[in-house]
Design a binder for this molecule. Structure first.
Ligand code: HEC
Length: 393
């Protein structure tokens, strides 16, 4: 596809995904807040469990939480179902545009597993939809009645993470866990939550007493969704943090992040504060794991003799980087310099020296999936040049 068109597709879908996601999570958090804020009425009213008063934008709002008896359902009832659906649809389109239509550039890392782009995409789709089928069957099985089902769920999540990070590039693995969670969340809405709400409405309209137990089933699924929310939100932005997805133990990093997100969410839902302690332990473990040590391999007595000259560095960058990072790239996938980062002139190189250090020397996340086969010696030389002041004359 024309790269300009591809860029615009990416931009528009991402914008839409972001907006839909805010609306989905926003309403979901708003209802969690409201549920915990209802106060009993001064004068009890039939069918009303509580009320809440709010002010926003200069207006006052009064909401009652209530149950409807037979025939009491209002004619116009607002559902909040399209936010979830739109988030999923735009997310799925984005997955195709960024991961499945770029010849494996973001999805495959030959050092992890040398998959063909087509096979990698198939495995990705298999995990996303297979994950849902497995999860749904598990929750319909007798095991679902036991509390252990949550432990089983956690172990299965860890196993999936291990599998993904040992199959795809780091960022591809992270995004596929997010896509799998997102798919579970939206199918929970459509397969369990909405039909149960519908059944309650239909019973009331037919003049029968609604079965509010149906609401409880919807509640379990809705609760699972809420524990997935924070991990999914992190995964959406994880692409910006190579220190996480490109870590040598990225599977452990992701498990800790998922755990931390779920624990923080537990605090938000239950208003109990003890989960903050293990969440903090996860955070401390994460920070210490990803703490990047200064580039090793520099000789102790770095004398003037070993001064690294700019022409050496330029040579490395022209060999390993400008296929993508140039005003005129030659790479088959990246026909426009990613992020506008180019290394064509000495001034370009100097401008980006801090990020070159970060990505190619410290984290070793550039070249992307080491497509141009950069050598460790070259990284060390780059690091040395930077520590000597990154001079381009
Ligand atoms: C195969 C294409 C490709 C090659 C080769 C490549 N990059 Fe990149 N680079 C990318 C892509 C794609 C991005 C944007 C995604 C990202 O940031 O991970 C990027 C982003 C960057 C960024 C900007 C993001 C930031 O963290 O500031 C820097 C700096 C960078 N690359 C440095 C390098 C260096 C240095 C080399 C050579 C040693 C190199 N790249 C080789 C594809 C490539």
């Amino acid at each position: 596809m024309n790269s300009n068109l591809h860029e615009w597709l990416n931009l528009l879908i991402r914008w839409g995904h972001f907006l839909a996601g805010i609306m989905w999570i926003g309403t979901s958090l708003y209802f969690v807040w409201m549920d915990s804020s209802f106060k009993p009425l001064a004068e009890p009213k039939k069918g009303v469990d509580g009320e809440v008063w709010m002010v926003h934008g200069g207006n006052f709002y009064h909401v009652e939480k209530r149950r409807f008896g037979p025939g009491e359902m209002p004619s116009l009832l607002h559902w909040f179902k399209w936010e979830a659906t739109l988030t999923w649809l735009t997310g799925f389109m984005l997955l195709i545009v960024v991961y499945y239509m770029t010849s494996g550039a973001y999805l495959v890392d030959a050092q992890v597993k040398n998959l063909s782009p087509g096979l990698a995409s198939l495995i990705g789709l298999g995990v996303i939809f297979g994950g849902w089928i497995f999860y749904d069957l598990l929750l319909r099985s007798p095991l679902a009645k036991s509390k252990w089902v949550n432990v089983v769920g956690l172990f299965l999540t860890a196993a999936i993470i291990y599998f993904l990070t040992h199959t795809f590039s780091g960022r591809g693995a992270f995004i596929h866990l997010g896509a799998m969670f997102g798919t579970m969340m939206v199918l929970n809405v459509w397969v369990h939550i909405l039909p149960n709400q519908q059944a309650i409405i239909e019973a009331s309209n037919a003049g029968n007493e609604p079965n509010y137990d149906l609401g409880k089933i919807a509640k379990t699924r809705s609760m699972h969704n809420s524990y997935m929310t924070l991990p999914v939100l992190f995964i959406m932005i994880s692409n910006h943090f190579p220190s996480t997805f490109a870590h040598s133990n990225n599977w452990l990093v992701l498990i800790l992040i998922v755990l931390m997100g779920a624990l923080v969410r537990h605090v938000m839902i239950s208003a109990k504060y003890w989960p903050l302690a293990p969440a903090l332990a996860c955070l401390v473990a994460l920070v210490s794991m990803t703490y990047v040590k200064a580039a090793r391999g520099l000789p102790e007595n770095d004398s003037e003799n070993s001064k690294v000259h700019f022409f050496q560095i330029n040579h490395i960058l022209q060999n390993r980087c400008v296929q993508c990072h140039s005003r005129f790239p030659t790479d088959s996938v990246f026909t426009v310099a990613p992020g506008g980062v180019v290394f064509d002139t000495p001034a370009d190189i100097q401008q980006w020296s801090t990020r070159i250090n970060e990505r190619a020397v410290q984290q070793k996340t550039m070249p992307l999936a080491n497509k141009t086969q950069m050598l460790d010696e070259e990284r060390i030389l780059l690091g040395k040049w930077i520590s000597q002041g990154a001079r381009v004359e």
